[in-house]
Design a protein around this ligand. Structure first.
Ligand SMILES: [Zn+2]
Length: 376
């Protein structure tokens, strides 16, 4: 087993790439989808079940964990991997984005951000240095730079000023991270939907030097067309030999489009969150299990799916337990959704390796266009 963090690019098809990230905690096959384990759990799933869906890595949220149960407590208890019983790699975000979206009474300066907790109102200070310390205490394998994502709508001047501060914070993050063999630090490109700013940001990050590069500031409400517009050029500003991570994406068709444009890693709460609200994702699109059309339907969500939900339970059962607010509802749908997402990633990886991504994508869209199976 490797003692270092290393990315090997194995094949490309157009702009799309497939490869493997080796870490001391295991290999991450790319393109990779990372389930989100916000509060040291992927909600409604046992860690071994998350692994069984095919996930090589999951994401933890610095903001939530620093507030509760605190990074210091997790460190005393042996680190996040042991605490949540997940031995494979973990990526943690920097906390910056969620401070902006969840915390109250924020005050942003060059030094960092002061905010009050959404849990108990207590006051906290987050800086690049403190974010690096928290992510080290958690034992994260892939650490993200502390950055600022400007709230939209924002003028180009505001986006530029914010991006340049994030680049200064990226340098402070790099200095504070230090030399930690086996652990990686990723820089985060900002610059909104402005090509020149994205290029400036990518160059600033590469001058500092990171183990991987994220495309930040997307999937924040700009829409798929604008996001793909940026992804048509932004990954090309990043080095070929380092992984590229698109933060917070997305729906299955967002993922396919991002992979086509050269993205290697993604994360999103969607498969787990929608599993808890009665939404399922299949190759034929989205299924709303709440709908009365399912109440007498003995068929599984997806006849071809090999997950425990589809091999053991009918649509009628899933409809019933959702209506009855039974916990197994969220458990089964989350498992199915995560399984579907990982199957999609496996299909993308195989298609890129075989040089037939265009056919795979055409089939992906054709099956979705068919829509769900006809009601009974
Ligand atoms: Zn299934």
């Amino acid at each position: 087993m490797t003692t270092r963090f290393n990315f090997t690019l194995q094949a490309t098809d157009g702009a799309a790439r497939t490869g493997v990230i080796d870490t001391p905690r295991g290999a991450i096959r790319t393109p990779a989808f990372m389930p989100v384990g916000t509060a040291a759990t992927v909600k409604a799933m046992l860690p071994e079940s998350v692994a069984a869906t095919g996930a090589d890595i999951l994401l933890g949220n610095t903001y939530h964990l620093m507030l509760r149960p605190t990074a210091e407590r997790i460190a005393r208890l042996g680190g996040l991997h042991r605490f949540m019983n997940w031995s494979k790699p973990i990526l943690t975000d920097s906390g910056g984005f969620q401070v902006m979206s969840l915390a109250g009474l924020r005050k942003l300066t060059e030094e960092g951000v002061t905010f009050s907790s959404h849990v108990d109102g207590s006051k906290h200070h987050l800086t690049p240095e403190r974010s690096m310390e928290i992510q080290r205490l958690l034992g994260s394998d892939i650490v993200m730079c502390f950055d600022e994502c400007p709230a939209l709508p924002a003028t180009e001047a505001e986006v530029a000023a914010s991006m340049r501060m994030s680049m200064r914070w990226a340098e402070r993050s790099r200095d504070a991270f230090g030399d930690r063999p086996g652990h990686a630090l990723f820089g985060i490109m900002q610059g909104g939907v402005t090509r020149d700013l994205r290029e400036e940001s990518a160059q600033a990050l590469q001058a500092i030097g990171f183990d991987g590069y994220a495309v930040g500031g997307l999937a924040v409400g700009e829409g798929q067309e604008a996001m793909f517009g940026v992804l048509d050029y932004a990954p090309g500003f990043l080095p070929v030999d380092k992984p590229r991570y698109l933060m917070g994406v997305g729906k299955p068709d967002d993922i396919v489009g991002a992979v086509q444009r050269g993205i290697d890693m993604m994360d999103c709460v969607l498969p787990s969150r929608s599993g808890r609200t009665g939404q399922a994702w299949t190759p034929r699109g989205q299924v709303n299990i709440k709908n009365a059309r399912h109440q007498d339907d003995p068929r599984p969500l997806d006849e071809d799916c090999t997950c425990p939900c589809c091999t053991g339970y009918s649509r009628a059962y899933l409809h019933h337990v959702f209506r009855a607010r039974e916990m197994i509802s969220g458990m089964l749908l989350t498992w199915h959704n995560l399984h579907y997402y990982q199957q999609l990633m496996a299909g993308l990886r195989e298609a890129i390796a075989a040089g037939r991504l265009d056919d795979f994508v055409a089939d992906f869209h054709a099956r979705r266009a068919e829509g769900d199976i006809e009601p009974i």
